[in-house]
Design a protein around this ligand. Structure first.
Ligand code: NDP
Length: 310
């Protein structure tokens, strides 16, 4: 059973189905995952002319179904990994058993919660500089956040863009000293402290600016920018696995390095749910392939055990 329908889940499904493991994949509430929230995807190999995120996820789904994956719309509401086979409850109603479970529930970008931020999401507003920075080549952009992600993304954007305004809500960064040093030594990044985004400004189609507010003086002003990047952290979708699977302090699933194995036999994790560092569609897909191979080898070893009566 595969939980989640982003690049990791569908890639695991393609491999598992081709290996005749008869995978059932539950899509979750956001079928297709985070990529359905983006517009153009230019960095996934195999699409020389680029593709939209939703179209790409349709292709993933079709490819998984072509080999017999049973794709079902529904969300997993709880799990019971206390004994084999594993039990998974779908839509708080139906219990399904599975010899192996591949978890690819992803992570969700945190947003500020401004209505205008959602209105322009994909049209100038983005939660991924590596994915979307290219579209703002030579332009002025703003980024909010003061952690390592924001610092890294600001320096990434600075290489592509003319000017990067960086909004830090306190008078200091949360990011590591080395990252802050890089930010402060990049000439085209302007850090604006004690400042928050109040509203994304636009012309109905694209972003044209950002209204900011100084949280010490309440003074408001506008920045003329074409892009606005939100880098205030991600939340891994791991709530239902609490108490079963080992997680790091921020809730990401722990896997045995170099594998997708979790601390529970027959349960594997791939994609952003176990990776807060790379977070790319292609790395998620790669780890989905690993999870299917790990599951296949696990099942083959189990079968051998049965044959020799272990
Ligand atoms: P973090 O949780 O570390 O940082 C989130 C940042 O967003 C904080 O600076 C926070 O401000 C700010 N923020 C949160 N909500 C708002 C808001 N509503 N308005 C304005 N600002 C807001 O998340 P990251 O994604 O940066 O990092 C996650 C983890 O990944 C960390 O452990 C990090 O070290 C690690 N990481 C490591 C990297 C590396 O080693 N190269 C690269 C990227 C991530 P405040 O500080 O005021 O709370």
């Amino acid at each position: 059973m595969i939980i989640g329908s982003g690049p990791a889940g569908y890639t695991a499904a393609i491999y598992a189905a081709r290996a005749d493991l008869k995978p059932v994949l539950y899509t979750g509430m956001e079928a297709g995952g985070q990529l359905t929230q983006t517009t153009e995807v230019d960095n996934f190999p195999g699409y020389p002319n680029g593709i939209t995120g939703p179209e790409m996820m349709e292709d993933f789904r079709k490819q998984a179904e072509r080999f017999g994956t049973d794709v079902r719309f529904g969300y997993v509401s709880s799990v019971d990994f206390s004994s084999l086979p594993h039990k998974v409850v779908v839509d708080e109603a139906k219990t399904i058993t599975a010899d192996t479970v591949i978890i690819s529930t992803g992570a969700t970008a945190k947003w500020l919660g401004l209505p205008s931020e959602q209105q322009y999401n994909g049209f100038g507003v983005s939660a991924c500089a590596v994915c979307d920075g290219f579209f703002f080549k030579g332009q002025d952009v703003a980024i909010v956040g003061a952690g390592d992600t924001a610092a890294e993304e600001a320096t990434y954007l600075a290489k592509l863009c003319n000017k990067v305004y960086m909004l830090v809500r306190r008078d200091e960064f949360r990011a590591s000293k080395a990252m802050v040093h890089r930010v402060l030594n990049t000439p085209n990044i302007e850090v604006i402290y004690n400042t928050e985004a109040k509203e994304v400004l636009g012309n109905g189609k694209n972003v044209t600016g950002l209204r900011i507010i100084n949280n010490q003086t309440s003074e408001e002003s506008d920045l003329a920018v074409e892009g606005f990047f939100v880098a205030i952290g991600h939340k891994p979708n791991t709530e239902i696995f609490k108490g079963w699977l080992e997680m790091d302090e921020t809730g990401y699933l722990k896997t045995i390095p170099g594998t997708t194995k979790t601390n529970i036999e027959g349960v594997f994790a791939c994609g952003d749910v176990q990776d807060h560092y790379y977070r790319q569609a292609v790395t998620a897909a790669g780890s989905g392939c690993m999870a299917a191979l790990d599951a296949e080898r696990y099942l083959a070893a189990k079968e051998d055990e049965v044959k020799v009566g272990v």
